[in-house]
Structures are given as structure tokens and as C-alpha cells.
Design a protein around this ligand. Sequence first.
Ligand SMILES: [Zn+2]
Length: 405
Amino acid sequence: MWVQRLGRSLVGYAPRFFRPISTRIVGKTNIEVQEQTDSQPLIFPGVWLRDNCLCEDCFHVSSQSRKLDWDKFDTRVHPLKVRTDEKAQEAIVNWSDRHESRFPIKWLKERSFREEHQEEYLADLYRPPTRLWAGSQFKTISQHFDYGQVMDDDQVLEQWLQALAVYGVALIRGAPQDEGVVRRLAERVGFIRRTTYGEEFVVQAKPGAQNFAYLSLPLPLHTDLPYYEYKPSVNILHCLVQTESPGGSNLLVDAFYVADRLRREHTEDYERLCRIVVDWNDIGSEDGREFHNIWRAPVICLDAQGQYTRVNHSVPQRDSHFNVPFEEVQPWYESYAKFVQLSRSEAYAFKTRPGEVLTFNNIRLLHGRTGYDDTEQNSRYIVGAYLDWDIIYSRLRVLKKRRNQ
Ligand SMILES: [Zn+2]
């Protein structure tokens, strides 16, 4: 009791604690910031600091945007003087263009140029690092969440989206048996991604189907809409009625894992599938509107850092137009067959039950379905919709920021 009371009075009367900070100009253009408690100083390029001045002439606070006049920006600008305001915990810089900037130390630390700090920031706020999985690991990596909790609790919403980002798949259970579930889930995150097939779509065996998925035949492994430049990112598939016949199982494969295996075990095939551009297409009409979609891209797409950005695979939606040099054709088929064979060997099969919502990354995973038989009393009925990663990552960042505040 006494300790508590003393503690409280100390907090009340103690002067604010200022951390001693030293700043200096190094290498003529850069600024070094050293907190005495920190063993290693942080160094910031002068040109970057001047570009990111936070004063009201250079930065628009309410839109969090730079408003510095770049038509007049001198990239050779350099600091003339730097000092520290320990009370405000700020570094104050006077520049060769007669400007003065103040940078909060906390703001600077959050923008450290040290590699490990940048990696930490990117993994935490930009995109969580992915964890790839083999088919045999599916049971250990697949997480499930309660529909009601996802809808009501921001923490559970964040956990669902985080699982989706890391593993590319997550299951939601306990959803009501109505057709509005996929829209409500999508709108809990942001908004539905519309495609040629509308916003919500029904996957049900129907005669004269305009899309291969709308048949009860086995649906081989594929990604949806490879013929779109901006391919829908995440599938939300709500099972309302499941077939009682032995079929109708979902098949899922982590195609980034398959690509990794291909790179290790069949390097030439891997390189060919990263290099050869394939035509993907979809021709038909929906609600009286005719469409003809084409997108040309390799099976395995990489970014500037050699990271996977997207996998394209769909036997029905691969165009018969194949605009590659003649001599590339046969080797490409060999490599593609290897990819398809490896994918099949890594596929995990399971059957969703009514009230379950399967969500997975359409950029990364292949999915398929085993064939099934509908009866008059039992006809498999799935309602689907898509979400985009831009919308999901944005929501995830907002949730993380709110939790950290
Ligand atoms: Zn300024």
C-alpha cells in the first residue's frame, strides 16, 4: 500500500524524463542520430530528410502527403547545422536552401535505413511473410474462425486476414444458411471485387453452363480468372448445400510451394515456366453481354526481387493461340506437364460442410473439385465472391495500427 502510494506520488511530481540524444552531420550530407541508450547510431541521407520535411510548407498533415514543390527541389541540398531539442525529442536541421526542418526522434527511428529495421517494418506493416506448405502439412497450417466472431470482433477479423496472408487459406465456420454471407464477409473487410460473372456467383451444376465450373464433372486444379490482368485475389466460397454423393471434395494446393519444388528439383522447367508468356482467355456471354478476355503472362510470375507474385494455371482457360517461337512449344509442354503433375501430388482434398466458408488466395493457390452426382433432393450449392489484396492488406494495416495505439 505504502509502495503504491509513493509510486503514485512520484509519477505525479517527477519532472518529465528526457532521453539524451546527440546529432551531427556526417559525410557532409548525412545526419547521424544517437540515443545514448542505443549502442548504434542511425544515419539518414540529407536529401531524403529534406524531401521529407514535416513543416507545413512541405507536408500536408490532414492528407498525410508531401506537398514540397518538386519543380524547385535541389537534390544537392545539404545540412549546414543540426542540433537537438531534448525537451521536444526532436532533431532540428538548417539546410543549404535556408530552410529549417524539425524531425521527431520517434518518427526518424520508425524510418531507419538499417536493413534489419527495414525488414521488420516490411514484415509487420507492408505484408506478412508467407509460409509455404506441402499438401501433407495442410491440417497443421489450416486455421478456422467462427463467423460470428469474425463479424463482431476486430481481433478475430485481423487473425482471419493474417492467416489468409501468411498461409493463403483459412476456413470460417458457423455461418448462417443464407445467400448474403459472402457479401457480409466481403463488406466486413471492404467491398466485393466484381468480375464478368457478377459480384456474387453461384456454383451449381446447371445444364448448358457458360463456365466450366458450373458442371458436376471433376474440375481440375486451376486458378480463377487467369485471363484478367488484375486477377481477383481471394475466393470466398460459402457452402450452403453439400452433395451427399462421395464426390464434391475441394482440392487445394499451394502453388508457390510447388514452384519452389520445381526450382529445386527441375530448374530448367522452372525457368521456362517463369519466362514463357502464355495466352489465357475466356470467351462467352453473361446476362446478355458478350465478352472476350485475354491476358498474356507466364505460369509462374516473379517480381523485381525474384519473389512470386502470381501463378496462372487453368486448362479450360488456356488459349489455343500460343504466341511463342515455334521451337519453344514442345519444351514448354514438357515443363508445364511437370508442374501439373507436381501440383496434383501436393493437393489436399477435403469437403466443406454447410455453413462453412472456404477462403483462399487465388493468386497463390490452385483449387479444384472432384466430380459428384446431384439428386433431386440434394443439389450441391455454393455461393462465391472475390476480394482484392489491396483491400485486404489495407484493412489489416488499419486493424494493426489501431491495436498498437
Ligand atoms: Zn519544410
